[in-house]
Design a protein around this ligand. Structure first.
Ligand code: DNO
Length: 362
């Protein structure tokens, strides 16, 4: 199927301020891109090159395949999630400059193929974490869930948990070694290493007109003794001040920051005003102290005020990319945890409806 992007009215883009996107795991995703193109509000895909080890340069050929596949399906290709950051950069190891130079080269190459926004995170070793992959919900669907008690009882060296964001290329010895190296890394030190990284990549991002959007830590507190810093409003302010370029921005992930009942998301949106380039919008239901399960996107289904979040984003002048985030598994679907087609599609149309209603009546 080939039809030009102009035929797919960038309805969301033209009428509203944001662009609705959908995460697609590339050619090996069992969700065909043509199905994503059938969700009425989707402007583009959010994807990445997955077959290159963390820290290495992505081939232009692989980037081009992603772009061409997206464009042939009538979808834009403007957001990458993620260009992962090598652990040596987070650790401030002597080898970091080589990996930072590779990172800069990736920004340049991606810009050449039309990328406008790059999402990344600075979480040591593990990306997002859950204790349960398929918690049965009352309506017969299932969703990801988190319970700190279960997590604390896990041995990170022995866990059989596996999440789509995890780098599982480490051998047992490498993991032991890595966890050990972090014993000397305090939150302060991690902030320093992040600043070092930002001061090198942000000038390149500026030159290439690519907005960098750090993803919050999920959940937003330290785990397994590893430091985490993109966790709350105080640290958000600190992060933004590390490098005050508008190209140094955030991915406003409601489910990540919202996992802590102490985070006031509306206030955080106002704090990050003008620096939010990408928003992951999803709902979660708090079920106890450091305990939550993921729910369907609508406000009524969870603990977060999704309408209030959309309103605050629009009021703050947000004009970046949005994507629905983790979905439940519904209608018997199976697949990548959190990344099925159906519930995320419902989420996208719900969110677009909120944006449309608010923008048109404002
Ligand atoms: C989880 C995702 C994260 C995110 C990275 C960004 O579903 O939101 O894995 O992609 O943390 O680098």
């Amino acid at each position: 199927m080939h039809f030009p992007i102009e035929m797919r009215a960038r309805c969301v883009y033209n009428i509203f301020v944001m662009k609705m996107t959908f995460r697609w795991y590339g050619l090996t995703d069992n969700i065909a891109i043509e199905k994503i193109a059938q969700i009425p509000v989707i402007d583009g895909v959010v994807t990445a090159v997955y077959d290159v080890p963390v820290g290495e340069v992505w081939s232009e050929e692989s980037i081009k395949i992603l772009k061409d596949t997206a464009n042939n399906a009538g979808l834009n290709f403007e957001v990458i999630e993620s260009v992962p950051v090598h652990e040596d950069i987070k650790l401030g190891a002597p080898t970091r400059d080589k990996y930072i130079e590779n990172y800069c080269e990736n920004i340049r190459r991606l810009a050449k193929y039309g990328i406008k926004c790059i999402c990344y995170n600075f979480m040591p070793v593990f990306d997002w974490l859950r204790s349960e992959m398929a918690r049965p919900l009352a309506d017969g669907s299932n969703a990801l869930a988190y319970d700190e008690k279960t997590v604390l009882a896990l041995n990170p060296l022995k866990t059989t948990l596996s999440l789509p964001g995890w780098d599982e290329s480490y051998t047992h010895e490498e993991l032991v070694d890595l966890l050990k190296k972090y014993e000397n890394i305090s939150e302060e030190k991690l902030f320093e290493n992040l600043k070092y990284f930002l001061d090198k990549i942000i000038p390149v991002a500026e030159e290439c007109d690519v907005k960098m959007a750090i993803h919050p830590d999920d959940p937003p507190w330290g785990i397994f003794g590893l430091p985490r810093i993109i966790t709350d409003e105080t640290n958000l302010k600190k992060f933004l001040a590390l490098n005050d370029s508008v190209y140094n921005g955030v991915t406003f992930c409601t489910g990540s920051w919202g996992a802590s009942v102490n985070n006031d998301l509306i206030s955080m949106i106002n704090t990050a005003k003008g620096r939010i380039h990408f928003a992951h919008i999803r709902n979660i239901k708090h079920t106890g102290e450091r305990k939550f399960e993921e729910s369907a996107h609508p406000t009524d289904c969870g603990s977060l005020d999704i309408y209030g979040i959309v309103k605050a984003l629009v009021d703050s002048g947000f004009d970046g990319y949005v994507r629905p985030d983790h979905g439940r598994m519904i209608w018997g679907e199976t697949g990548k945890f959190g990344y099925g087609l159906y519930d995320r599609a419902l989420g996208a149309t719900y969110l677009a409806g909120l944006f449309e209603a608010y923008v048109k009546t404002k």
